[in-house]
Each structure stands twice: as structure tokens, then as C-alpha cells.
Ligand binder design. Structure first.
Ligand code: NDP
Length: 348
């Protein structure tokens, strides 16, 4: 069958496409320009992705426009919606245009377009742990989050993130988190208010780490989650390790497998899944990389220090049981990534 993957040139989407192709699905990936489609094809090809003849691209310059987007869904049986701005670049005053509208309207329009195509049976929306936890409550040692929990941020909080009271002082992550939770709520509202013929599945992953197979030509283009790993490595051996934020994670290939299983899950209802392997902290990243790549210039910091007991954690047992996903260890996920990052930086 044919699966539409939105935001096909992104970090996670590239792995989802590779996983779908390996299982011999036909994939149509949306990108915002023909050049991005060509670059994605080249990059997947270089990464040795199989069955690329089953992949096609659809150029959708504005995925919030129903008329522009709809043709891309024709003949599809399922949609995997990943396109959303995940970066902390927008400035106060730009949050609505750069984060909230692409996320919220982009998701509403996907739900609406999918309703109009009778062949579509499944819509999987990549939400986030950002839509689950309440960052304003701080570290909350002992607290365990699950898919039952919802981040309380609203559309207005996203537009005007500077006014939101928080223990952290940067406003960009607040606007991003608001964009994710309001977008996910929009999907749930849509299926509540319309007689859709598909099941909605929302996935809420923690920080996603892993080797990149999407088009990226320099470290300045790193996606936000792998940037966390590079920020640790890049301080140098004697540098200060940056503090850990949102310390729950999942490997990108495991997330791609969970996405595939969400498309294949036999269910008559809508479902939400929290997807995190476990907690991590930035010192742990440094310790693993120093241990496995002794010639690297990973920082020393305070070896062995772990934040796990001082911080909330997550329960992903529903995803493990219902989707049957198994998780890689942090070492299995970040060593290939670290090697790739050092190669891109050309200094080991
Ligand atoms: P990337 O930044 O690598 O990819 C983002 C994708 O979304 C790109 O295809 C990009 O296209 C597209 N996009 C960005 N801005 C817009 C916009 N304004 N309108 C339309 N499309 C846009 O991100 P990831 O692969 O890391 O993230 C993919 C999804 O997973 C997102 O929904 C993100 O919120 C979610 N997620 C990611 C996590 C992570 O740790 N990486 C954790 C939890 C959730 P273009 O190149 O044209 O800008």
C-alpha cells in the first residue's frame, strides 16, 4: 500500500521512509521544494536505503493549504505526518507565524484532507513528549509521565510565550512545546468532531537521537535533538558539559519502527503512545563517548554523575506492549551519531 510521509526531508522522516521501504511499502514523501526531494533521494541512496524505486516525492510548498496539499493524499492508504518546525530559532513576535500556524493548521489540514480521501484508513501524527509534560513544574523527582498526561500550554501561550511563567528562562522552547500540544489537540478535536473513516494514532517521543540519513551538509544544519549531543562533544575535553533539558530520549530507528507498527496496528479506536527509552543526561553522553571512542575529545565533566533520581521519568509500557517496540541502548544510538558528527567536523 501507499503511505504519505509529510516533511520527507527531515531527520526522523528519512528513517521512517527507509523503514517503510524496507517493508516494501510504496512511499510518497512531501517536501517544500523539488530540490529538497532530490537531495533526500540522493542522501537515502548514499545511506544504502533499499527499494528506492518505491519512493516518490510530492512538492507541497505550503502544507497548511488544503487545496495544495490534497492531491498528495490521493490513492494513499495511510498518512504519517511529521512536518513541523522543530527549532528554537523564532524570535518573540514570530512564534505564531513560524511555529504555531505550521504545526496547528498543518495538522488540522492533514486530518481534513485525509477525511476527504476514502482510501485512507490510518493517520499517524508525530506529536512529542513536549505535548505530555508540564515543564513549569520543574524537575519533579519521582513523577512518572505516561500518555495519560497533557502539557497545559495553549495557543495563546505559544503566540505570547514570553508571558508564560517558567523555571527555565528561554522562551523559544515554550513556544515549540505549545505548537506541539496544540497541534496534537487539534487532531484529537478533529476526529471527535468529524465522522472520520480512519483511526488517529499520535506518537509522543522524547528527544530523538541517532545517525542521520537525511540531507544535511554541515553541522550548522543539525536538527534540534542531535544538536544536544553535538553541544556536549563540541565543548572539548576540558569544557563545561551543558545542563540536561527534557531528559528522556528514544533512538530514531526505534521511533521509525514504532511509526511503522502504528500504521499496521489492528485497532478500531484512536490511540496515543508515549515513546521514550529512558532518561539520559548530558554527562552520560560524555561518559559513553569517552569510553567507546577514547581518542575523541568528549568532555570529562564529573564522570558517573546521573540526574535520573533527581528528575521525572516516563512509562512507555503501553507502546512496548501494544506496538511491541524494543529499544536500543543510549550507547547503541549515540556512538554511530558521534562518529558521524566528528566526521562532519573532520577533527577526532
Ligand atoms: P527536522 O527539523 O529534521 O524536520 C522537520 C521537517 O518539517 C522538515 O521536513 C521541514 O521541512 C518540515 N518543516 C519545518 N518547518 C515547516 C513549516 N513551517 N511548514 C512545513 N514544514 C515544515 O525535525 P525532526 O525530524 O527532528 O522532527 C520531525 C517531527 O518529529 C516534528 O513534528 C517534530 O516536532 C517531531 N519530534 C521530534 C523530536 C526530536 O527529538 N527530533 C522529538 C519529538 C517530536 P523544510 O526542510 O522544508 O523546513
Amino acid at each position: 500500500s501507499l503511505v504519505l510521509v509529510t516533511g520527507g526531508n527531515g531527520f526522523i522522516a528519512a528513517h521512517c521512509i527507509a523503514t517503510l521501504l524496507r517493508s516494501e511499502y510504496r512511499v510518497r514523501a512531501t517536501v517544500r521544494s523539488a530540490e529538497k526531494g532530490e537531495a533526500t533521494f540522493k542522501s537515502l541512496n548514499e545511506a544504502g536505503v533499499k527499494n528506492l524505486e518505491l519512493l516518490e516525492f510530492s512538492v507541497v510548498p505550503d502544507p497548511t493549504d488544503l487545496q495544495v496539499l490534497s492531491p498528495a493524499l490521493q490513492e494513499c492508504q495511510a498518512v504519517l505526518h511529521l512536518a513541523s518546525a522543530f527549532n528554537y530559532d523564532a524570535k518573540p513576535g514570530e512564534f505564531e507565524e513560524k511555529l504555531m500556524i505550521p504545526a496547528v493548521k498543518g495538522t488540522q489540514v492533514i486530518c481534513q484532507a485525509a477525511e476527504q480521501i476514502s482510501s485512507i484508513r490510518r493517520v499517524v501524527v508525530m506529536s512529542s513528549f513536549a505535548s505530555v509534560y508540564d515543564a513549569s513544574l520543574g524537575l519533579q523527582p519521582g513523577r512518572v509521565y505516561s500518555e495519560e498526561d497533557w502539557c497545559p500550554l495553549t495557543y495563546e501561550d505559544g503566540v505570547n510565550a514570553s508571558a508564560v511563567k517558567t523555571w527555565a528562562n528561554r522562551v523559544q522552547p515554550i513556544a515549540y512545546r505549545a505548537s506541539k500540544v496544540v497541534a496534537e489537540r487539534a487532531a484529537w478535536d478533529y476526529v471527535r468532531d468529524h465522522p472520520v473513516k480512519y483511526q488517529l494514532i499520535t506518537l509522543c517521543p522524547g528527544m530523538v537521537f541517532g545517525k542521520m540519513i537525511h540531507p544535511i551538509s554541515s553541522l550548522s544544519q543539525l536538527n534540534a535533538s542531535n544538536q544536544i549531543v553535538w553541544d556536549v562533544l563540541n565543548v572539548g575535553q576540558d569544557g563545561a558539559i551543558p545542563p540536561t533539558k527534557a531528559p528522556v530520549w528514544i533512538d530514531v530507528e526505534d521511533l521509525a519502527t514504532a511509526s511503522l507498527k502504528s500504521l499496521e496496528l489492528s485497532t478500531n479506536g484512536h490511540e496515543r503512545f508515549l515513546l521514550t527509552q529512558s532518561s539520559y543526561d548530558t554527562q552520560e553522553i560524555a561518559d559513553i563517548i569517552r569510553g567507546k571512542l577514547p581518542k575523541s575529545r568528549a568532555p570529562v565533566g564529573s564522570p558517573g554523575y546521573r540526574i535520573a533520581d533527581t528528575h521525572y521519568s516516563c512509562d512507555s509500557s503501553k507502546a512496548q506492549q501494544v506496538l511491541g517496540v524494543e529499544f536500543k541502548t543510549l550507547e547503541e544510538s549515540i556512538i554511530p551519531l558521534a562518529q558521524q558528527l566528528y566526521d562532519m567536523d573532520k577533527v577526532v
